[in-house]
Write a protein that binds this ligand. Sequence first.
Ligand code: TYD
Ligand code: MG
Length: 472
Amino acid sequence: MAKLKTIFHCRECGASSPKWLGKCPTCGAWNTFEEEVVAAPKAGGRSANGGLTPSRADVPQARPLVEITGQGPERLPLGDDELDRVLGGGLVRGSLLLVGGEPGIGKSTLMLQVALQLDTYKVLYVSGEESEQQLKMRADRIGLSTAPCFILTETCVERILEQAGALQPDIVVIDSIQTLYSEEIESSAGSIVQIRECAARLQQFAKTRRISVFMIGHITKEGSLAGPKVLEHIVDTVLQFEGDRHYDYRILRSLKNRFGSTHEMGIYEMQAQGLRQVSNPSEILLSKRETLLSGTAIAATMEGLRPILIEVQALVGGATYSVPQRSATGFDLRRLHMLLAVLEKRCGFRLTQKDVFLNIAGGIRVEDPAIDLAVVAAVLSSGTDIALSPKDCFAGEVGLTGEIRSVSRIEQRIAEAERLGFERIFISRYHRLARPAAEMKIKAVQVANLFELFRNVLPKEAANRENDAPQE
Ligand code: TYD
Ligand code: MG
């Protein structure tokens, strides 16, 4: 009998080594190497790609670039505006996609819902996690249980491809890649070797048959479970479904997309009857306030090509411990430290002995630098205990000298704020606006630095108040 060969794989990046290593030389992670037993393909097994060797006509030939006609890929609209936008305008035929996310976030719900909404395309939904009855119950819950969608509960990749080959669907959904195994590999389902092998089979299948394949993959908070990370370079598109479990909002982002931009974001709300598309996020993310409270400011941010107005909340209080605490939810903590240092150094706003807590409403994480100005305004408002006008909003990046820098797509931000009934938007002095002020219902206040901002948002007497207010 042949000697069993073992190999070690890094759980994080998939690097392999013949020996166990404490630290991965490729990604630098510690204690991530796991042993895998590699067995040669069984005698009489199929060819290395599962019997999917392309016919002679399909074998690609080298061709001069000029001869290739520049037609974009064929796209299938999925009827879900959020998902279509994140994909860059529909699903590309023959592409392989990975939908990652923590367990329980709603990946199966999203994919089943998309599959059930489509009546123009044939969809095969393969579940290795739930039984047919469970899927039926879920479909009933979503309210689309009569849709023409095929369900297969199977985990063996060879049998799945056999069925899919016979059915000839337009789209295949695999829920989840961690449950799949190949008969030709003697390693347990969910191990890196299995995941990689099954994904490679699915990729071959997608490319040769021009069938789009969605693979669902679980990741834990630490991203420690084997799988999705290893797959990122095989697939065409990586979508991440995320959100705070305590909120109903779910955000779909693309982390990699060979057929579109990665800046787009889709927002859903988890309801009792499945996921609802949130096509107008600003209206939900802005809390309806009755009384004026200090410490909140509205930021006009962009997520991809879509403007979104988000509420920023700050709480500034006397430090309880000798080392003041700083915490940020939905915002980069280092950036908060930087903004506080700028407030202190350039504007004399004394924060060394203050605790500062920052929160972006709705459980959303914002990376747009234009949110800086709202963060500064919220901190200032809480520090002076003066509420800002609820009709003011902010869009600008703050530099280290306290200057307000211009940001991208300012016209769109202004238009969104105007549409939502804001009266003033604070932006950088360096913007050249296309529309004359007389044509706008909203007033664009152009400020050069933080002093000008303070002078405009705070009443005069507050600006002179000792200790709290900035001093020139
Ligand atoms: P699920 O899609 O099973 O998550 P995943 O596949 O990512 O592990 O969904 C998990 C949660 O969604 C579950 O806690 C129940 C909830 N849910 C709803 O609130 N409404 C619904 O209509 C459905 C189907 C699920
Ligand atoms: Mg699931």
